[in-house]
Ligand binder design. Structure first.
Ligand code: ITT
Ligand code: NA
Length: 199
């Protein structure tokens, strides 16, 4: 069975391949880049789950194949959950990870460690061409550091230190991050759903 990944974020693609392969999901994963003619969907939802479903449905409709999507971001307690669904374009330009991270650090420069709680959120959605849909969520709780540390991962990984860790997500190996991450949790929860609905 073919399953299309509704993401153009290469970091997510790499993580999802590893997570779903480890889970022993016997499907052929096809990146959305295999369908360059399909326009990007506008993420008009107000929640991670809504946006993940929008992306999955758009690709399932366009390809006639079951599609999975990820919508994710960083939610900072003291900012009332921001950047949240706006994480990819917090500094203005979509996908400018470095600018997004620098702006967030500047906004939090006066906030001391006990008040720097944050979590990564991931909504993982499955949509079938017939309109069937499922969505599950995962989160990774942590604390925000004052400076970036580490070179692995992407996005806000250099500043998010998971609870119980002395390293940031960017100092973890890919395997270590996937084992505890919001994305790992969400997509491992989606695996039995894919098995049931896709085969
Ligand atoms: P697609 O919509 O094509 O999947 P995208 O990069 O636009 O790709 P999102 O709208 O879901 O994806 O935004 C995700 C942003 O949240 C991403 O740019 C990072 O800034 C942040 N983020 C999500 N997961 C992360 C992770 O595991 N580590 C660090 N930052 C993460
Ligand atoms: Na989004």
């Amino acid at each position: 069975t073919r399953l299309v990944l509704a993401t153009r974020n290469a970091h997510k693609v790499a993580e999802l391949h590893a997570i779903l392969a480890d889970a022993g999901l016997g499907v052929e994963l096809v990146g959305a880049d295999a369908y360059p003619e399909i326009p990007d969907v506008r993420e008009t939802g107000v929640t991670f789950a809504e946006n993940a479903l929008l992306k999955a449905h758009a690709l399932a409709q366009a390809t006639g194949l079951p599609a999975v999507a990820d919508d994710s971001g960083l939610c900072v307690d003291v900012l009332g959950g921001a950047p949240g669904i706006f994480s990819a374009r917090w500094a203005g330009k979509h996908g400018d990870d470095r600018a997004n991270l620098e702006l967030l650090l500047a906004q939090l420069s006066d906030i001391d460690t006990p008040h720097r709680a944050a979590h990564f959120m991931c909504a993982a959605a499955l949509a079938l061409p017939d309109g069937t849909e499922r969505v599950v969520e995962g989160r990774l709780l942590g604390t925000l550091r004052f400076e970036p540390h580490g070179a692995n991962g992407f996005g806000y990984d250099p500043i998010l230190q998971p609870l119980g860790e002395s390293r940031t997500c960017a100092e973890l190996t890919a395997e270590e991050k996937n084992a505890i991450s919001h994305r790992g949790l969400a997509f491992r929860a989606l695996v039995p759903v894919v098995r049931e609905l896709v085969g």
